[in-house]
Design a protein around this ligand. Structure first.
Ligand code: ATP
Ligand code: MG
Length: 346
């Protein structure tokens, strides 16, 4: 998939969608980002009725009576439940936006899919978007959409590396001339890091951590020497055996050590991509460096850890979590110029 293939087609689209495993984002041409909500739907299993979507459905997770189930229709970048995916998307858009879209005589939609999406995953994304009443659905490589969204010079010949840090996985790619030159996916993302932190507290401190308490501990990761950052952090959780609330003082260096394993997989992935990359492009990367996109790019200290390990400059996109959908939006609005690839011209 390259953007040059469909630049004209994309300009004719009215709506762009990024169906992520954790969040769904929608951009409407001429309006901007209209949806950025958890990819979740609460369904009444007795009647099949949709009870809530997005933020509200996510809050219900683990708190519902037996007959209500919170469904996550997207997993690992693929729509696994097309029917719920369609209904969730319609509900997230709301009546007002849907009415405006229905007025388009031939509604066209764009959706981004992972770089390594197979035909079935592409079909599932297309089917889901057809549920909005679209006549035609254009597919765009997420990595290219994200690169456009964070202002990388995708259409030029200099190579850039992009790391899309999602919840369940990290995609690593080198881009040049509007296309992906080499790419790899590592099954480690924000969730694996959080899991490593939770496991560490359970084993070392016999503490069960509430999911919302992981974020503050991320800050402990931001230092990378024993002297950097605070040496201890106070964390509230519940005791593994008694179930009573307990406050523990956590050694932040030990937490950093616990997340080293998952981070090593990401570094290995970067190494593999660099080895597959033509030497001229590797030379570009030393100047251009790495751009971090995706929600987990916001993990404190991730940029510094990657810089220390690779020696390359590492930047975080201005809005890493939404840059794929904003990139799709820029393509819809015609803000990306077509590439000039004719070697005889000029
Ligand atoms: N401020 C933050 N600090 C640390 N982690 C964060 C922050 N904000 C989001 N995340 C993490 O980012 C991840 C979600 O990333 P993102 O929104 O890119 O996922 P997604 O697009 O839904 O998933 P995917 O593209 O992998 O299907 C989650 O693991 C979340 O915990
Ligand atoms: Mg995403």
């Amino acid at each position: 998939m390259t953007i040059s293939a469909g630049l004209e087609q994309l300009r004719r689209c009215h709506v762009a969608v990024d169906l992520g495993a954790t969040r769904t984002r929608v951009y409407v041409k001429g309006t901007g980002l209209v949806v950025d909500q958890p990819s979740a739907a609460a369904v009444n299993t007795r009647t099949g009725a949709l009870i809530a979507v997005g933020e509200l459905a996510e809050q219900m997770t683990g708190r519902t009576p037996g007959y209500i189930r919170v469904v996550r229709p997207v997993s690992g970048g693929t729509v696994v439940d097309i029917e719920v995916g369609r209904r969730m998307l319609r509900a997230l858009l709301g009546e007002k936006v849907r009415r405006a879209l229905r007025r388009k005589p031939r509604l066209r939609a764009a959706v981004c899919v992972p770089h390594d999406a197979d035909p079935l995953a592409m079909r599932a994304a297309t089917e889901t978007l057809l549920g909005l009443g679209a006549r035609r659905v254009e597919l765009v490589d997420t990595l290219i959409a994200a690169a456009v969204g964070c202002g990388l010079p995708v259409e030029r010949a200099e190579a850039t590396m992009i790391l899309a840090c999602g919840a369940a996985s990290t995609q690593i790619a080198v881009l040049s001339l509007g296309a992906v030159v080499t790419a790899d996916r590592v099954p480690v993302g924000g969730d694996a890091i959080d899991h490593a932190i939770v496991q560490h507290l359970r084993q070392r401190h016999e503490l069960v951590l509430a999911s919302q308490s992981v974020r503050p501990l991320h800050l402990a990761l931001s230092g990378d020497g024993p002297a950097a950052g605070a040496a201890v952090a106070e964390i509230q959780g519940t005791d593994v055996t008694t179930g009573l609330p307990r406050l523990v003082r956590v050694d932040t260096a030990a937490v950093r050590e616990a997340v080293r394993m998952p981070l090593t997989s990401v570094l290995d992935g970067i190494g593999r991509v660099l080895r597959d990359c033509p030497p001229d492009l590797v030379a570009d990367l030393a100047d251009q460096g790495v751009m971090l996109v995706g929600g987990s790019a916001l993990l404190p200290g991730l940029d510094r850890t990657l810089h220390n390990a690779t020696g390359m400059p590492v930047r975080i996109a201005e809005r890493p979590d939404v840059c794929a959908v904003l990139g799709l939006g820029a393509l819809l609005e015609g803000k990306v110029r077509p590439m000039v690839l004719d070697p005889l011209a000029g």
